[in-house]
Design a protein around this ligand. Structure first.
Ligand code: AHM
Ligand code: MG
Length: 284
């Protein structure tokens, strides 16, 4: 991942954290491409990131979850897809939220993903990065003396957390059984409704399973490949875990349109093996 990205994302993190602390989370009249009603704060966070990224010489194009189309420049070599404020519907309840970034070369396709990052705005401000060029993550916490680099988190072969997304009423029977069997095996429920804090918690605690399946209501799940799923897939793989759609490695999935979603499962190897067995003979 090019060097300029880390300080640029760190600067955006501080600006967006300030925005979250000082701005009311009120809805606008507009919706984004996925049909979510936008908050003023979504749009402001998007502008902060757009200006910062387009100001980088190495960036050739950007694509935001809040905008229908990508924006391209004439020069630069990297493409960045990002969700400026993931979990904006839980801001009003003062839960942690985040920003997610995927950095691509050539095209917005998982096979060209070279790096990813997320920022978590919680009681602390933290940032986690992954690069295809490195076998471990990078982890920063903002403290009294600015950004401090910490020992990166890793995933054990098995964890204790179960974070099941989606509306239970619409889960398919095999998915219901999977989730139930984890609880029966002693897993604890940890789900805030924010992908960033929910996946961060599993990473920091060393393992578990986060799932957002295809349901009878939303066959392709909710989480978007480019802005949410691919970046976290790289982070989980580099942490020693796995990320699949039930059958296939998420980073091997193609995209046909910028905003499409996919069923997704992120976790330690043992839990992902259980997902694989569950879905082996099922439609996703
Ligand atoms: P958003 O990008 O509109 O904020 O939606 C994404 C969020 C994720 O953070 C989270 O995992 C998911 O939506 C929660 O959905 P649900 O409320 O259906 O469990
Ligand atoms: Mg999102």
């Amino acid at each position: 991942m090019p060097k300029d990205f880390i300080p640029t994302l760190q600067k955006c993190a501080l600006q967006i954290q300030e925005l979250i602390k000082t701005t009311q989370a009120s809805y606008l009249e507009t919706t984004n491409t996925s049909g979510d009603t936008q908050l003023g704060i979504d749009v402001q966070a998007d502008n902060i990131i757009e200006n910062a990224l387009l100001g980088l010489e190495c960036v050739r194009g950007i694509c935001s979850e809040e905008k229908p189309e990508a924006i391209f420049k004439d020069s630069g070599s990297y493409l960045v897809a990002y969700d400026p404020l993931d979990g904006s519907s839980i801001i009003d309840s003062n839960l942690s939220v985040g920003s997610i970034f995927g950095i691509y070369q050539k095209e917005f396709q998982a096979k060209y993903l070279v790096g990813s990052a997320y920022i978590i705005y919680g009681p602390r401000l933290e940032m986690v990065l992954a690069s295809t060029a490195s076998d471990s993550l990078e982890y920063f916490i903002h403290g009294k003396n600015g950004w401090e680099e910490k020992t990166p988190p890793t995933l054990k072969a098995q964890g204790k957390i179960n974070a099941p997304g989606g509306t239970q009423k619409y889960w398919k029977p095999e998915h219901k059984n999977l989730i139930e069997s984890l609880f029966m095996a002693g897993y604890r429920l940890r789900y805030s409704g924010g992908m960033v804090p929910d996946l961060h918690q599993i990473l920091i605690k060393g393992g578990g399973l986060f799932s957002y399946p295809g349901t009878t209501e939303s066959p392709n799940g909710k989480l978007r490949k480019l802005f949410e799923v691919f970046p976290f897939a790289l982070i989980y793989e580099k942490a020693g875990g796995e990320a699949i759609d039930g059958k296939t490695r998420l980073l091997e999935l193609p995209i046909d349109n910028l905003h499409e979603s996919t069923p997704c499962f992120f976790g330690s190897k043992t839990e992902i093996e259980q997902v694989r067995k569950t879905y082996a003979n099922q439609n996703l």
